[in-house]
Design a protein around this ligand. Structure first.
Ligand SMILES: [Zn+2]
Length: 84
């Protein structure tokens, strides 16, 4: 099994939906997204749901720290407000 599926098929499907919804574009730099990032970090109570996930490229996803992801967003997808 690949590392991508380490979190299970539900996560893999969710991740694919997020990338598709955001057009495969990184929300932080506009580059090609290959990963998804939690807008509210899981450590802060963020959940694995469409409204809390955004497409991100490897570089931006790796750069996340204590800083809020919202402050780093370069564009906002209204669909993030849709609850699953
Ligand atoms: Zn990026």
């Amino acid at each position: 099994m690949s590392r991508l599926s380490a979190r299970g098929p539900v996560w893999v499907a969710l991740r694919a939906r997020v990338l598709d919804r955001d057009g495969g574009v990184c929300v932080y730099c506009g580059g090609e997204a290959s990963e998804v990032d939690h807008i509210v970090p899981k450590a802060a109570g963020g959940r694995d749901e469409l409204a809390n996930l955004a497409a991100a490229c490897k570089r931006c996803n790796a750069r996340k720290g204590a800083r809020s992801a919202v402050a780093r967003l370069t564009w906002f997808n209204p669909q993030w407000l849709d609850r699953v």
